[in-house]
Design a protein around this ligand. Structure first.
Ligand code: UDP
Ligand code: MG
Length: 319
């Protein structure tokens, strides 16, 4: 028998993926067969799916010893699924990819090759384009990456980077050591550092099923990302307050001077109303920003578990 180069765990978060899973299994098995020198563990994380996803996983796990699964007690979100996968992965190398084949498994051999040399700790995929995506979504995505990289300079978040990556043990342990409740993976991978090799590929459209991300969900997610990785908005709020104070101070001087010279102290009610409205708005905005941070801090201090497991493949084997 050939000597094995180590074990690769592939983490696949699944939320209502019954349509995509059969195709995914076909493709990933093909890749496993291709990478003969590695041992494989396919770790599926069922994120509280309400369709037949869990049933499919049970069946696959009973037929193939490489297949394992964790099933959550409810939908905890993709970030939680990734974290659970990382905690339960036993491989020397750990990969994570979507179930819809938008992260082409055929990049795995190239990624593994990059890690073998020990020069890189991580190989990650990035889309060179966003073909097939609604243009408005692409535009906002671009804006978001610009913005977050300006406001959080020590965490480099690469535009087009997907969560699809292969990491070695060292980096997995590093990611696991960040135990925060509000998880923003893209930021976490950037924050831990390590040497990453970027592998570019053309955007692939979902093979089956549909995306779980509405525009609104993505928008909120991007705000969460900013709050999770930088406190810049708080500084911006403070600076805005300071600027308003200065402007107000000079306006007071102008008003006093005008009253002394020209008289008529009560002119200009409309402008006054506008100023009050604007300042009121600014104050509410700043309070909102502060509130977001406070809410995040509140959730962190509760130390709630990131996910809860209802069933794993071992439960099936016992019965
Ligand atoms: N996913 C998940 N929990 C969720 C939403 C999504 O585990 O609450 C999984 C989903 O099954 C898929 C991956 O995350 O494997 C990416 O989801 P999707 O394809 O909907 O996102 P997109 O590719 O459009 O960004
Ligand atoms: Mg997808």
């Amino acid at each position: 028998m050939e000597k094995t180069m180590g074990k690769v765990t592939v983490i696949v978060p699944c939320y209502n993926e019954e349509e995509a899973l059969p195709g995914f299994f076909r493709e990933i098995r093909r890749i496993c067969d291709q990478m003969k020198s590695y041992e494989f563990e396919l770790l599926f994380v069922d994120d509280g799916s309400r369709d037949r996803t869990l049933e499919l996983l049970r069946q696959e796990a009973s037929e193939d010893r490489r297949v394992r699964f964790l099933s959550f007690s409810r939908n905890f979100g993709k970030e939680a699924a990734i974290y659970a996968g990382l905690e339960h992965a036993t491989g020397d190398y750990v990969a994570m990819m979507d179930a819809d084949l938008q992260d082409p498994p055929c990049l795995l051999p190239e990624m593994a090759e990059a890690l073998e040399s020990n020069e890189y700790d991580c190989a990650a995929a990035r889309r060179v384009n966003r073909k097939g995506e609604p243009p408005i979504r692409s535009l906002f995505a671009r804006l978001f990456y610009r913005l977050i990289n300006i406001v959080s300079p020590d965490v480099n978040i690469v535009d087009g980077a997907r969560d699809f990556r292969l990491m070695n043990r060292r980096m997995v342990e590093a990611v696991l050591s960040l135990k925060e409740y509000n998880r923003f993976s893209k930021g976490i991978f950037g924050w831990v550092g390590f040497r990453t090799k970027w592998i570019s590929f053309e955007n692939v459209e979902r093979t089956a099923g549909e995306t779980k991300w509405s525009f609104w969900k993505l928008f909120l997610y991007s705000l969460e990302g900013i709050v999770a990785f930088t406190t810049a908005p708080l500084s911006i709020a403070a600076v805005m307050g300071l600027v308003c104070c200065f402007v107000a101070f000079f306006m007071i001087l102008v008003v006093i001077a005008k009253t002394l010279i020209l008289g008529d102290p009560v002119g200009g009610w409309p402008s006054l109303a506008c100023i009050i409205l604007m300042l009121g708005g600014l104050q509410l905005l700043c309070m909102g920003i502060m509130g977001r941070y406070l809410a995040k801090a509140y959730l962190e201090t509760k130390h709630r578990p990131i996910y809860l497991i209802r069933e794993t493949e071992e439960d099936g084997n016992k019965g």
